[in-house]
Design a protein around this ligand. Sequence first.
Ligand code: C2E
Ligand code: CA
Ligand code: CA
Length: 578
Amino acid sequence: MDDRPVMLLASDVESERETLASIFQDNFIIREASSGKEAISVAQEGNISIILLRFPMEDIGGPEILTTFKKDPMVQDVPVIALDIPDKPGCAERVVELGAADFLRPPYPPALARIRVRNVMANTENEWRKLEQRAKDQQIVEMNRYIERDSLTGILNRETFYRRVATLMQTNSTTEYCIIYLNINFFKVINDQYRVEMGDLVLKTSAAYFKSVVGDDGYAARIEADRFALCVPKDSIEMDSFIAGIDGILEGLSVPHNIRFYAGIYPVENAFLPVDQMCDRAHMALNQVKGNYLQRYAYYDKSMRDTMFEEQMITRDMEYALAHRQFHVYLQPIYNLHTNHIVSAEALVRWIHPEKGMISPGKFIPIFEQNGFITHLDRFIWEEVCRTLHDFRQEYGTVVPVSVNLSRVDFYQADLMDFLLGLVHRYGLQPRDLKLEVTESAYTENPRQIMEIVRQFRHHGFLVLMDDFGSGYSSLNMLKELPVDILKIDMAFVRNIEKGRRARIILASIVQMAKRLGMDIVVEGVETKEQIDYLDSVGCEDIQGYYFSKPLPRQEYVEKLAADVKAQKEEQEEKQKS
Ligand code: C2E
Ligand code: CA
Ligand code: CA
């Protein structure tokens, strides 16, 4: 293929074309035009690299042709050398002004002509190269913009944020930074209840706000969906006014008040920690406040990470632990103040982990309630209790009832009643030997369903306790409608007895009301003689708490109970004698 550039020789003087053609034919593919008109049409076909144009042509003058070229995108960048321009002052300047790159006058000395043409070509090529480069740069910038930015909001996307933040922190080692992680709660509601456009608008407006707050000292990015992250120098953002600002923006968009941003802040200690892990930590802090009405942001601290690891460990080990009997039943006796004997007990689970030792139920029960494992654990505990009652009766001829805890999650199992009845039957017990503790908060959460099931329990002869009474929102009035046999008064009440008259008055009226409604009362968490005396004075007789006994391992409880049963018998025999 011939890769020589194309030269257009435009002249209505044949000898002139011949002269020039002979000079350039080795280096150029020569095309000729013998009139102004033809020059224009050949040039417009394109692919011409340089035009040598005779100025004084018969049909159309050089200036006119040049003007036409300059208007045509196909030709406007092709350099033109004007031929045979008049040798008058100002003429050359005028030609250059019209857009010619240079001019030549006859006779055309070959060496000079070649140099002039080569210079023009070289200049133009430089220009072209620059133009091309500029276009390429522009494209790269555009492409980078596209790759680095979130398409909806125009702020950085996650990957770019991670990359740039790492560089920023590592190169500005004297500045301390923090990561702020942001998330809207109930964002889904905006998309569901309004339109997707509304959701988009909220995201875009928030993103613009974040970007303006961050300014040039940091970065703002959309991590995904309604999650954003900012990286800013420590203490450069005053959090309260920052949150007030974003609240104002959402309000301006008529977003309902309960849909709002929450923030978690991770003050970066180690600039070389991967940025996604920094974001995880800020996210952990966010989870501490998400949905909280009063607190909108929180700072990360190490305990959060420990908590998360612990939660992961608990979830990972739970099934193995159940299968390998790491869960144990402890029993805490309940005493009657007047007889001083054990009237009942509460079964409380303990996880004795081979490495971690005893783990408190306060740690794992909430996790099991979330992942549903609690139903397996509870059923295991209930069965252990039934077995203990059965064995005790075999040995000592009597049963002292035990109460077990039911989680609200247990109520979602359709076979709950059948399971309990089956257990009691299998171990030769009466339903009333197993008392069922249901927390007050479970009632308030799902009152109808739970009340209905509780009615059925009682119908089948189980005794039902309301656990933690007074800890939630149930009013005294509610007592009338509750289908329970026993109220278990929350420890918080006992704590408050010493604190104030008001708490004592409320406690006294609960006791009165419960008695009038035929309910029994157990008070839990009783630790001191003063508490006992007061409870005695208002008529509370059944007491659970460290004052009498901590929860005991099964064997210890059984021994204590056996001794108590024996003592009770002896007392009765004593009485009968006298
Ligand atoms: P809860 O049902 O209110 O149990 C009473 C808690 O108070 C027990 O804590 C008990 O050890 C503690 N306690 C008893 N007397 C005193 C006292 O005088 N002072 C103080 N400060 N505390 C006392 P524990 O065993 O840590 O159980 C915590 C919670 O875990 C229980 O609260 C219950 O909601 C749940 N739980 C325990 N075992 C089970 C179970 O087998 N199944 C279910 N679903 N939940 C359980
Ligand atoms: Ca309980
Ligand atoms: Ca309780």
